[in-house]
Design a protein around this ligand. Structure first.
Ligand code: ADP
Length: 624
């Protein structure tokens, strides 16, 4: 029985956009519909591996009717039940549509960028309305008794759903073309679009060609439009740039056709496989939205598609890589569940990982500019490997980069470059972790290193603090945080010891005054100009990470801090003088202001900013 149903608001907005403002690259509607058809066949074919009765001659058919002005795309894939039609194209259940609209709003995306973004958000089906004034779907679910279903919409407020006739399982999409889209009725046009975007689809895409004979009769011949050549099996020298680009955009849905590098792999011998991997140039919009993001490489077995989310083929920290692996050693009916622990897959993963890292190294050495772009996008993901990939950690250390005290803002150096630039007398690799460069730049604990001419790495990704817990050495030099643990400097040892004795009353007074907030007050030679700075214990979390965890409502042990004083600063001498003269109140006031300053210079928020502001105002009044 025919039913009319309203589209959800988001879908309606999206349709309006598709219908009224997108004309720049309309061709992609065909790519999207063909991709859906191929996905549907993939699914049916996988089911047929366990249920041979469902096996059939897989194909996609495109037909143009010049009289009715319709373009029809049919597949004999998995099909949909009525509920699936409602869920998948009526409601568009996935968060996709909303996320897509939100992105357009935020980014103020212009018409010409939108078609490339459609695929990323799982809203490809709707692109049909770019070319059609009415879309009809007739579908029958494979391997089920459910009756065929018809769905129809003009892309406005609602859609109609009804029973339908269809014998063979699969889906037919009938587009009633808009007047200005009638060009899509021409064989040459459809054929050139298919060759451009869908050539590698591994099922034949067939379009009948009608030729008029001399005696005015017509001959209809089926023409296969795509070469179905698996691009990853071809020699790299035979693949054109355009072919790479269109394959990449098909694979990755990664926002555009731009990638940094295509990597062909061909392993022979015991473990035979071929792979084509891409290093992307840009993170996709949904890179950080795990619910939409597809992870893992595509897995084929002897050119037959198995899954497009084989996570076991890549370690997590290389999740920005996309591509295809085609193995000759796995059985065709390999179940997707067992892939996770399969030894063949594990071996491929090992080879792929090692190759990707070596390609990154090459890129770093030969094309620094592009590597910088890459690293700005994916560096923090890559760095996870320093903590998780025990086998490759040494190689990963060669390709990670950081800003440093001596580098210009935004310029990254490698650990190798840091070590090469170390002057005589420096043996350790110094670093500090923090929220952002600006707050690190003002940290008083840098002063000693600045005076020595020793560089300090600035680590500003939240992950760095965690990663550094397992980074012991690089080229035999120990890593040392300049904001954690003890400070060692032979030259100033005596002076620091003497200050500790001389000012013993002062340090215990400050400790008493600031009480709970501190674990210890002591002297060190970290500073040359500032009176004091804050340090955390050797194995404690950095303060910005502690705040991050708290913001995420996670339990963290509250780490108490160490206040270090500069023995050479005149404020220390003056405070001591005040204390000795019995001016306790003044000395306590001074200790509190100092502590707040130390918090500010390490980039931490103050507990009582208003109180601090008042103290500074009082000081100003007194000073004038
Ligand atoms: P995506 O393909 O990215 O999920 P689409 O908007 O293109 O987004 O399609 C939405 C959903 O509709 C698909 O995920 C699929 O479940 C269903 N679908 C679309 N086309 C077909 C088809 N030809 N056969 C079976 N299901 C389809």
């Amino acid at each position: 029985m025919a039913k009319r149903q309203e589209f959800k608001t988001e879908v309606r907005q999206l349709l309006k956009l598709m219908i009224h403002s997108l004309y720049s690259n309309r061709d992609i509607f065909l790519r999207e519909l063909v991709a859906n058809a191929a996905d549907a066949i993939d699914k049916a074919r996988i089911e047929s591996l366990t249920d041979p009765a469902q096996s059939r001659d897989w194909k996609i058919r495109i037909e143009a009717d010049k009289n009715l002005k319709t373009l029809t795309i049919s597949d004999n894939g998995i099909g949909m039940t009525e509920q699936e039609v409602i869920d998948n194209i009526g409601t568009i259940a996935q968060s996709g549509t909303r996320a897509f609209m939100q992105m357009l709003e935020e980014k103020g995306a212009k018409g010409e960028e939108i078609p490339e973004l459609i695929g990323q958000f799982g809203v490809g089906f709707y692109s049909a309305f770019m070319a059609a004034s009415e879309v009809t779907v007739i579908t029958k679910k494979s391997g089920s008794d459910a009756p065929a279903v018809m769905w129809r919409s003009q892309g406005e407020g609602d859609y109609e759903i009804d029973d339908a006739q269809r014998e063979e399982p699969g889906t037919t999409i009938i587009l009633k073309l808009k007047e200005d889209a009638e060009g899509y009725l021409e064989n040459w046009k459809v054929s050139s679009i298919i060759r451009k975007y869908s050539d590698f689809i591994s099922y034949p895409i067939i379009m009948p060609r009608i030729t008029v004979n001399e005696d005015k009769t017509e001959t209809i011949t089926d023409e296969v439009l795509n070469s179905q050549k698996a691009i990853w099996l071809r020699k790299p020298s035979e693949v054109t740039d355009d072919e790479y680009k269109s394959f990449y955009s098909h694979l990755a849905n990664y926002g555009g056709t731009e990638f940094l590098k295509a990597i062909h792999m061909s392993a022979e011998g015991v473990n035979e496989f071929k792979a084509l991997l891409f290093l992307p140039k840009q993170a996709p919009f949904n890179f950080l939205m795990p619910d939409i993001q597809k992870k893992g490489l595509q897995l084929y077995v002897k050119r037959v598609f198995i899954t497009d989310e084989c996570k076991a083929l890549l370690p997590d920290y290389l999740r920005f890589v996309c591509g295809v692996v085609d193995s000759s050693d796995l059985p065709l009916n390999v179940s997707r569940e067992i892939l996770q622990e399969n030894p063949v897959i594990a071996k491929i993963e090992k080879a792929v990982t090692s190759r990707v890292i070596s390609e990154l190294k090459k890129l770093l050495e030969n094309d620094r500019e592009n590597y910088n772009t890459f690293f700005a996008e994916f560096g923090r993901v890559l760095k996870e490997g320093l903590h998780t990939d025990f086998t490759n950690v040494e190689k990963l250390k060669d390709v990670v980069m950081y800003e440093s005290m001596n580098s210009e803002p935004g310029k990254y150096i490698t650990l190798g470059e840091y070590v090469d630039a170390m002057p005589e007398g420096q043996n350790e690799i110094f670093y500090i972790t923090g929220e952002k460069r600006a707050s690190l730049d003002s940290y008083p604990g840098l002063e000693y290193f600045k005076a020595k001419g020793w560089d300090v790495l600035f680590m500003t990704d939240p992950i760095d603090d965690w990663v550094m817990q397992s980074m012991m050495q690089y080229r035999k030099h120990n890593f040392k945080s300049i904001a954690k643990g003890d400070f060692e400097d032979k030259e100033s040892e005596e002076a620091v010891k003497a200050a500790a004795e001389k000012y013993a009353d002062l340090t215990s007074f400050i400790k008493e005054t600031l009480g709970e907030q501190l674990n210890e007050v002591r002297f060190s030679a970290r500073m040359t100009d500032s009176p004091c700075c804050l340090i955390v214990e050797g194995n404690a979390l950095a303060p910005h990470i502690e705040r991050l965890f708290k913001a995420m409502h996670q339990q963290v042990p509250e780490s108490k801090r160490i206040l270090e004083l500069n023995p050479k600063h005149e404020l220390v001498e003056k405070m001591n003088g005040a204390l000795q003269a019995g001016k306790k109140e003044e000395a306590a006031f001074c200790a509190k202001v100092m502590f707040n300053q130390a918090l500010l210079t390490e980039g931490s928020p103050l507990d009582d900013p208003a109180g601090f502001a008042k103290s500074v105002t009082d000081l100003l009044v007194k000073s004038l």
